[in-house]
Design a protein around this ligand. Structure first.
Ligand SMILES: NC(=O)c1ccc[n+]([C@@H]2O[C@H](COP(=O)([O-])OP(=O)(O)OC[C@H]3O[C@@H](n4cnc5c(N)ncnc54)[C@H](O)[C@@H]3O)[C@@H](O)[C@H]2O)c1
Length: 463
C-alpha cells in the first residue's frame, strides 16, 4: 500500500459525512501528501486563515500552502459557511500539524483569531469586498481571489481599505507571478521581441459553462445557515457564477485573467470597448453564454504613442482552441499559456536578427531535444507553418520553476507580508481595479447595445 493511498484512506475514515466529498478532495489530498512540511510552530511563522474552502480554496490550500515548507505558514483558521467543507478543511490541516479552528462566519473568525497575519479569500465574487475590507480593517494582509468584486463600487472600497490601513491586498491574477509569463515579458519589454505591438488576441473557450451538480444529501450545506449568508438555496450557493447577483458574468470570471495580462504587458488599461454577446437557452444562466469584445489601448512604446487593438472571445459552447493570449507586433508575435510549454515566439521572416534572437536560437539548440536551429549562420530559415511564415521558438524555461500555477503568486504575497519594504506585490489593489474596470465595463457596454464605449482615464483612478 502506498503512503499516499494510506493517508487518503485514513482521512476518509475520519471524515464521516465529509467522505462524500472524497472525490472532490482526492486529487488535492494526493497533491498535498508529499513533501511533508515540518510541523509549524516557530515564532516567525506567518499565521494565516482561509475564508472559502470550495474548489479554489482547496487548490490554494492543499496544492499550494500545505506544501510550502519554506514559507513557514501556520494555518490557524478555516472559515466556510458550508459545514461539511469547513470540517473537512480543518481535519486536513490538523493532519499536517496545524492547530486550526473552524468558523462559519468571518466576523467570528476575526474576533477569535487575534494573531492572524494574513487571510486568503476564495469565496464567490460578491462577498469579496465585504470580507476583504473587514479583514484589512482588522489589520490583516489579504490575498483575495479574482474577480476582485462583481461591482466597481465593491472593488473601489477594497482599494480604499488597503490604502487607509496600509495593509497589503494582492488580487489573485496569478499569471502576473508565473515564471513563464515573466520570461515572456522580458522578451517583450527588454528585447522588444515583437517590435511595435499593434494587436492583442485572447480567448477562453470551453464546452459548457461550469455547472456544479447538487451533492449527496449527507454533504448538503445547512439551508438555514446559507440563507443567513444570502443564498436562498443550495443551487445559488453552488452555481453562483450563473446569477447576476453574485458574479460579474463570464467576462469577469474568465476574461479578467486574460485582459489583465494585456493590461500588464501593455502597461495601459483600455480606453474603449465594444462587444456582442449571445445567450444559449439550453444553458439556464442569467448571464450570456458567449461574448466577443473589442478593446482599444493607447500605449506608449519606445517613447511614442501606439494604439493597440484587441479582440477577446469567450465561448461556453465549445472548447475549440482552449484558452491563451496572443500579442502581435510588426516584428513578431507571441503565444502565452498558463499551463504548458506551448508558449512561443514567432519572429517575422524578413526582420533583422538581433543578438537576443541568436542567443535564444542557441539556447533552444542546446536545451530542447530535436530542436533544429531557426538561424543558419547569418541567414534566417523560414519555418513553414501553413500560411504563417517566420522563425518559431519555444521560450527558455527552467523546469524547476514548474510549480502549480498559483504557487509563485502566493509566494510573492507571503514574501511581501514578511518584507514589505523590499518586496512589491505583483498584483496590488490598484492593478486589480484596472482589470475590474476593463471587464465589468464590458457588461455596461452590452447593456447599452454593444457600441463603442469610451472609458475615461479618471475611471481607473480611485480617490
Ligand atoms: N485564480 C484562479 O485561477 C481561480 C480559479 C477558480 C476560482 N477562482 C475564484 O475563487 C473564488 C471561489 O471560486 P470557487 O470556484 O472556489 O467557488 P466555490 O463555489 O467552489 O467555493 C466557494 C466557497 O465559498 C463558500 N462561501 C460562500 N459564501 C461565503 C461566505 N460569506 N463566507 C464564507 N464562505 C463562503 C462556499 O460555501 C464555498 O465552499 C471566486 O472568486 C473565483 O472567481 C479563481
Amino acid at each position: 500500500m502506498t503512503r499516499t493511498g494510506m493517508k487518503r484512506r485514513e482521512f476518509l475514515r475520519a471524515a464521516g459525512a465529509g467522505a462524500l466529498l472524497a472525490a472532490a478532495w482526492a486529487d488535492d489530498l494526493a497533491a498535498a501528501d508529499e513533501p511533508q512540511p515540518p510541523a509549524p510552530g516557530k515564532d516567525d511563522d506567518l499565521n494565516i486563515a482561509f475564508v472559502g474552502i470550495g474548489t479554489q480554496g482547496r487548490v490554494l490550500l492543499a496544492s499550494n500552502c500545505l506544501k510550502m515548507a519554506d514559507q513557514r505558514l501556520r494555518i490557524r483558521a478555516i472559515c466556510d459557511i458550508w459545514g461539511v467543507r469547513r470540517e473537512a478543511g480543518v481535519r486536513l490541516v490538523r493532519k499536517y500539524g496545524h492547530e486550526a479552528r473552524g468558523y462559519e462566519d468571518y466576523r467570528e473568525m476575526l474576533a477569535g483569531e487575534k494573531d492572524l497575519d494574513a487571510v486568503i479569500i476564495a469565496t464567490p465574487d460578491w462577498t469579496h469586498a465585504e470580507i476583504a475590507v473587514a479583514c484589512l480593517k482588522a489589520g490583516k494582509h489579504v490575498y483575495c481571489e479574482k474577480e476582485m468584486s462583481n461591482t466597481l463600487e465593491g472593488a473601489r472600497s477594497m482599494v480604499r481599505a488597503a490604502r487607509q490601513t496600509g495593509k497589503l491586498l494582492q488580487i489573485g491574477h496569478q499569471r502576473r507571478s508565473n515564471p513563464r509569463y515573466l520570461t515572456a515579458l522580458e522578451y517583450v519589454r527588454t528585447h522588444r521581441a515583437l517590435g511595435r505591438i499593434t494587436n492583442a488576441y485572447g480567448q477562453w473557450n470551453r464546452f459548457r459553462g461550469l455547472r456544479v451538480p447538487a451533492p449527496a444529501a449527507a454533504a448538503m450545506p445547512n439551508a438555514a445557515t446559507i440563507a443567513r449568508h444570502g443564498y436562498p438555496g443550495v443551487e445559488h450557493l453552488l452555481n453562483w457564477r450563473w446569477y447576476k447577483r453574485y458574479s460579474g458574468g463570464p467576462i469577469a470570471d474568465l476574461g479578467s485573467h486574460q485582459v489583465d495580462v494585456f493590461n500588464w504587458f501593455l502597461r495601459a488599461a483600455p480606453r474603449a470597448i465594444s462587444a456582442m454577446s449571445w445567450r444559449d437557452p439550453a444553458q439556464p444562466s442569467e448571464w450570456y453564454t458567449s461574448v466577443n469584445a473589442m478593446y482599444e489601448w493607447a500605449t506608449t512604446q519606445a517613447g511614442r504613442e501606439q494604439i493597440v487593438q484587441g479582440f477577446y472571445q469567450l465561448l461556453n459552447t465549445s472548447s475549440h482552441g482552449g484558452y491563451f493570449e496572443t500579442l502581435i507586433g510588426d516584428e513578431g508575435s507571441m503565444n502565452l499559456r498558463e499551463f504548458d510549454g506551448r508558449m512561443g515566439l514567432r519572429r517575422e521572416e524578413n526582420v533583422v536578427v538581433p543578438d537576443f534572437e541568436r542567443e535564444l536560437d542557441q539556447w533552444c539548440v542546446k536545451n530542447i531535444k530535436g530542436f533544429t536551429t531557426r538561424l543558419d549562420g547569418t541567414i534566417s530559415v523560414k519555418v513553414p507553418s501553413g500560411e504563417e511564415s517566420g522563425r518559431i521558438y519555444p521560450l527558455p524555461f527552467d523546469p524547476r520553476n514548474d510549480r502549480p500555477v498559483h504557487w509563485a503568486h502566493l509566494v510573492n504575497f507571503f514574501s511581501a507580508v514578511r518584507n514589505p519594504k523590499n518586496v512589491k506585490l505583483n498584483c496590488p489593489a490598484d492593478e486589480g481595479y484596472h482589470s475590474a474596470v476593463s471587464v465589468l465595463r464590458v457588461n455596461d457596454c452590452l447593456a447599452a447595445g454593444g457600441g463603442r464605449l469610451e472609458i475615461k482615464p479618471e475611471e481607473y483612478v480611485v480617490s
